[in-house]
Design a protein around this ligand. Structure first.
Ligand code: GBH
Length: 446
């Protein structure tokens, strides 16, 4: 049985996703300020291949052809992010009109091509000036973020029907301020938990502000969720899984949907817990219209560390391919929380693709996508209100600490000449998503 578009509800959205720093390049153009990733990439040893986002996919210049490419895939929607330092080079104060102009052209370009814009306000490119004042560890950054959200929503307004505040606050806090793998590269758990709190606060403040400016648009947040399984049913392993789920998932879900931090993890964090002021949870738990879920893999937890199931297959990131985890996760959050409609805002896999005679036969990625689209459908069958699915990513791009050494695209990017080449997975997706009722011809099966 192959998965078909007609297995999904009629109004189900299929799209592709990217983020600003990973594709745009043009880091010094039209008044853009530095972000923490510009700084981070200049520090020796931070990025595996020593690269950065200065050119990336040159999308800042090639956006019209990139939108044509997305349109040619037959998808309904395009998820992209806005670079805060293009809008406010210093993260506060003066607004750079040229930055707003770029995203306005981009959004209008989508609408002209029948693509629905799904906008993310923060996909990790914090203005460096704000980092100089502590970044997300500084509570003020939450209020600066709400101000930035106001500026973007005032310009783009109802043309954008979907605004996500943050992409993966776990990454922008724990991975960035505690593990130190992402910008700004600190290693301090207390700082990371303060950052996480201010991110959640900033999310809530931004939602409050945008409600009045774009009353007809959907407002939400994107979380990276990873179901945590115990390595066995021994008590220690079950406890390890519960802890992993708590730090990774519940620490973000609970403030948003319950207005509190999970008590077990709060206790475990001891003196590192953040300062919570009156009214903070009222902000973090502002009603939202959708939850974005980024799903890549699961974790398998043992008392002495994570376990790698030997019978599984793994992607080029070393992440286990485990589609059942997506179904389990969706069913579980639907059961444990009162969630609004859910979008899979990212799902995909890196594999070491190679060009062979002008083609990329990425059979493993096709299998990955098939299985996860099926897993999404299974969750819908089990009663979860999933409204859409976005493949990560439209095209190969700057994969953060891995530089250009990992390829997540459905479209291959030749970084020598910026040529875009549809991989087999793009052709598969095109066949899946093309609305035959819209009279669009199916691509030839070559
Ligand atoms: C997303 O992050 C990003 O939004 C996107 O920009 C990025 O390109 C894409 O994914 C691919 O990386 O520690 O081995 O158990 C996903 C980040 C992936 C972070 C899974 C936590 C746990 C892996 N998450 N990861 S492991």
């Amino acid at each position: 049985m192959t998965i078909k578009r007609t297995d999904f509800p009629d109004n189900f959205i299929f799209g592709v996703a990217t983020s600003s720093y990973q594709i745009e390049g043009a880091t010094n153009e039209d008044g853009r300020g530095d972000s923490i990733w510009d700084t981070f990439c200049r520090e020796p040893g931070r990025i595996q291949d020593g690269t950065g986002g200065d050119v990336a996919c040159d999308h800042y210049h090639l956006w019209p052809q990139d939108l044509d490419l997305i349109q040619s895939l037959g998808v309904d929607a395009y998820r992209f992010s806005v670079a805060w330092p293009r809008i406010q080079p210093d993260g506060k104060g003066p607004v750079n009109q040229k930055g707003l102009d770029f995203y306005e052209r981009l959004v209008d370009g989508m609408l002209e091509r029948g693509l629905q814009p799904y906008l993310t306000l923060y996909h990790w490119d914090l203005p460096q000036t704000l980092q100089d004042e502590g970044g997300w560890v500084n509570r003020e950054t939450a209020y600066r973020f709400a101000e930035y959200a106001r500026v973007v929503a005032e310009r783009l307004g109802g043309r954008v029907r979907s605004y996500a505040t943050l992409n993966e606050p776990w990454c922008s806090s724990i991975l960035s301020y505690q593990i130190g793998e992402h910008a700004p590269g600190l290693q301090d758990r207390r700082a990371a938990l303060a950052a996480a709190h201010h991110l959640l606060l900033g999310h809530g403040e931004a939602v409050k502000v945008m409600r009045d400016i774009v009353p007809g648009s959907s407002l939400g947040i994107v979380l990276n969720l990873q179901p945590a399984y115990p390595a066995s049913d021994r008590e220690e392993d079950v406890a390890a899984a519960r802890f992993a789920d708590g730090t990774f998932n519940r620490w973000f879900l609970d403030p948003i949907f319950r207005g509190e931090y999970p008590a077990d993890i709060w206790d475990a964090y001891g003196e590192d817990v953040p300062t919570v002021q009156d009214g903070d949870f009222a902000a973090t738990s502002q009603p939202i219209d959708f939850l974005g879920v980024n799903y890549y893999s699961r974790s398998v937890n043992g008392a002495t560390g994570n376990v790698r199931p030997s019978e599984s297959s793994y992607t080029h990131m070393g992440w286990e391919v485990y589609p059942q985890g997506l179904t389990d996760l969706l069913v579980r959050i639907n059961h444990d929380y009162t969630v609004p409609p859910v979008y899979i805002t990212e799902n995909g896999a890196a594999y070491p693709d190679e060009l062979e005679g002008g083609r990329v036969h990425d059979a493993q990625r096709v299998e990955y996508f098939k299985a996860h689209v099926q897993a999404t459908s299974d969750a819908v069958q089990q009663g979860v209100n999933v409204a859409g699915y976005f493949a990560w990513s439209l095209m190969d791009n700057f994969e953060w600490a891995f530089g250009y050494s990992r390829r997540f695209g459905m479209v291959y990017v030749d970084y020598g000449n910026q040529q875009r080449i549809l991989k087999d997975s793009a052709k598969w997706y095109q066949t899946l998503v093309t609305r035959q009722d819209a009279g669009v011809a199916l691509p030839a099966d070559d």
